[in-house]
Design a protein around this ligand. Structure first.
Ligand code: FES
Length: 167
């Protein structure tokens, strides 16, 4: 699935044959079934673009875990999207190194420019904006992840150019 492509959330979901094979491969890597929860959640997100409630249930059933436990894990990690995200998912690091280098100012600039706040998506579905914790690029703060790409040493002008390139 393409980043930002949003599918409807049906009441129940099932693994496709290809994803089921990936799930089985993930399960085979761990001695305990529950230990595969992160890779299996990741497979679900790749399949549906986000993790709708029915996918959480499917992961729970697949791993023999209580659904609230899977929900707790999925909500702990910001890499899992429990709501549909825009085509360009902007994740701004707000942790200390990036914060000292101006990530708060940068985030406010993005809010003003896009007209959305944390966790929101523009009406045209192009951009979702989120604050996240350390992206492990601390030497290049302020840092922002756009889908799977990192952009470092950002300022307002660089962000404006980046957004224009994504338009
Ligand atoms: S503090 Fe921003 S990437 Fe680590």
């Amino acid at each position: 699935m393409i980043a930002g492509e949003v599918l409807e959330a049906p009441a129940t979901l099932a693994w496709s044959a290809a994803r089921r094979a990936e799930v089985d491969e993930a399960l085979a890597r761990y001695p305990i079934r529950r230990s595969a929860v992160l890779p299996v959640l990741w497979i679900a997100q790749r399949e549906w673009g986000w993790i709708p409630p029915a996918a959480l249930r499917l992961v729970a059933v697949t791993l023999d875990l209580p659904e609230p436990e899977v929900f707790g894990i999925a909500t702990f990690y910001t890499m899992f999207n429990l709501k549909p995200v825009g085509r360009h998912h902007l994740q701004v690091c707000m942790t200390l190194s990036c914060s000292l280098m101006g990530s708060d100012r940068l985030f406010r600039h993005l809010e003003r420019t896009l007209g959305i706040g944390h966790g929101e998506t523009t009406a045209d579905g192009r951009f979702t904006l989120r604050r996240v914790e350390c992206l492990a690029a601390c030497g290049g703060g302020p840092c922002m992840q756009v889908n799977f790409d990192y952009h470092e040493n950002l300022d307002e002008a660089k962000v404006d150019a980046l957004l224009a390139g994504l338009a």
